[in-house]
Design a protein around this ligand. Structure first.
Ligand SMILES: [Zn+2]
Length: 159
């Protein structure tokens, strides 16, 4: 899905930011980091497709093992060895599953704190819970299955 989205809508994502992405990374978890993480494979697919995209690794910060669904500025860090690939860049951040968005947003803060100019979150799937009121409302609005032709930037046909 990541490869299909980046092929079908890569230009939409770039035009929305005014600059092509220069780096790609993924949201690590406390359980699996580095190349073993499932999202790392997805991020590599984006690197393989992207023209000149450089991989960047995120590390766990001081609150990296905090289990709360909360946006935390110090949940992730950009290690010094990757900072040159981030500063001033448009970074694609791959997330394998979106539950609350807190981890992807925390990773975005880490990338912005390290100097990224823009961050685009490319989420592969969303985990919905019918016992959470905001998720229940979203489920009630769903009418059609995933359609790769639906533009994630325009919300309809590509703009
Ligand atoms: Zn599009």
């Amino acid at each position: 899905m990541v490869r299909g989205t980046s092929i079908l809508h890569g230009e939409c994502i770039c035009s929305g930011r005014g600059r092509a992405p220069g780096a790609v990374t993924f949201v690590p978890s406390a359980r699996a980091q580095g190349p073993a993480h499932p999202a790392a494979l997805l991020a590599r697919q984006v690197v393989d497709h992207g023209d000149g995209l450089l991989p960047v690794g995120l590390g766990l910060g001081a609150s990296g093992t905090d289990g709360r669904r909360a946006v935390l500025r110090d949940r992730f860090v950009v290690p010094d060895r990757w900072r040159d690939r981030v500063v001033g860049q448009h970074v694609i951040l791959v997330e394998d599953a979106w539950l609350s968005g807190a981890k992807a947003q925390s990773a975005t803060i880490a990338l912005r704190d390290a100097g990224a100019r823009w961050v685009t979150i490319l989420c592969v799937g969303r985990w919905l819970r019918n016992d959470w009121p905001d998720h229940r409302a979203l489920i009630a609005r769903l009418r059609a299955p995933y359609d790769p032709q639906l533009c994630p930037v325009a919300g309809g046909p590509c703009g």
